[in-house]
Design a protein. Structure first.
Length: 305
């Protein structure tokens, strides 16, 4: 069984690296050894795990299912070893956290810095990404999520909320005028951050009703920072999260519009997989970060411009 686990680990390295030679370099093993380990697994299973293609290795349907099982098996083995080593008795080990890019820089990173000073036996890897990361699939312990959470196996702890604001540069608003209602957006150039909203319409709250207003997306981007830079440059109106533009608004480089028609604020949550017994490193960070993020988000002007 130890040899089988080693072969599984090599297989995952090949899949993650994209080729036998890349896995060989990453693992520091001879290419012949890596190739033999994969071949031995295929012989044991009596099926091919890879299709050899011109652009590299492609998993077969059987291979995809087997690799997913290997990841679960190796993760369970690693958790059992952490338990035996005392990780569930004292907070220690490596903790992987993901957060949105701007929010991670402004709020999560300062909390992590303080956390690491308090827990010297814990190391943290912070993944800053506006992409919605699959926590179990990508071996992430905990995520900071902004927005309504879909029903899933994830457990969450709420730490605050954030507004969605529409903003433009003073020069753009002077030239084109500020929209008086959502319907006026059809007369404006808009900048859309496609990870956050539709590129064809924006929704608003009018009394007890929610309405959808069509927009013309002059520019579609995949990061909030790009949308903000374009708005500061006078290209049009951008809809972003309030903490992302707080400083620019206070400096007068951006102004908000249609504040009275804003949607309800979005929740900010710490989410983590529900996997039974929780490692103390995860529990320690949850307890440490939740109160501090609540404090940061509750300060006047921190989230709302």
């Amino acid at each position: 069984m130890p040899d089988r686990l080693e072969a599984m680990s090599v297989l995952l390295s090949v899949v993650d690296a994209g080729s036998l030679s890349a896995a060989s370099r990453n693992l520091g093993l001879p290419l012949a050894t890596v190739s033999r380990k994969v071949s031995e697994l295929e012989s044991h299973l009596g099926t091919r795990l890879f299709q050899r293609a011109g652009r590299g290795l492609i998993l077969t349907e059987t291979g995809e299912a087997y690799v997913a099982s290997c990841r679960r098996i190796l993760e369970d083995v690693a958790e059992a070893e952490r338990t035996a080593a005392g990780e569930f008795k004292a907070p220690k080990g490596s903790l992987t956290i993901t957060a949105p890019v701007v929010f991670g820089r402004l709020h999560v990173l300062p909390v992590i810095t303080e956390f690491l000073k308090t827990y010297p036996e814990i190391d943290v890897r912070l993944i800053q990404s506006d992409r919605l990361i699959d926590l179990p699939e990508e071996h992430v312990d905990l995520a900071v999520r902004i927005g309504k959470l879909p029903d899933s196996s994830l457990v969450f702890r709420s730490v605050g909320e954030v507004r969605q604001v529409i903003c433009g540069s003073p020069a753009y608003l002077e030239e084109r005028g500020a929209p008086a209602s959502p319907d006026d957006l059809r007369l404006h150039d808009c900048i859309t951050f496609e990870n956050l909203m539709s590129v064809k319409s924006w929704t608003f709250r009018m009394g007890q009703s929610e309405i959808s207003a069509p927009i013309r997306s002059r520019l579609v981007v995949d990061t909030a920072e790009a949308a903000i830079d374009a708005a500061v440059g006078g290209l049009g109106l951008a809809r972003v999260l309030s903490y992302q533009v707080r400083t620019l608004i206070s400096e007068g480089r951006l102004r908000t519009v249609l504040d009275d028609a804003e949607q309800d604020p979005w929740p900010i949550s710490l989410v983590y997989p529900s996997r039974g017994l929780m490692a103390l490193k995860v529990r320690a960070f949850l307890d440490f970060a939740a109160s501090r993020l609540k404090d940061r988000l509750g300060r006047p002007g921190t989230v709302a411009p």
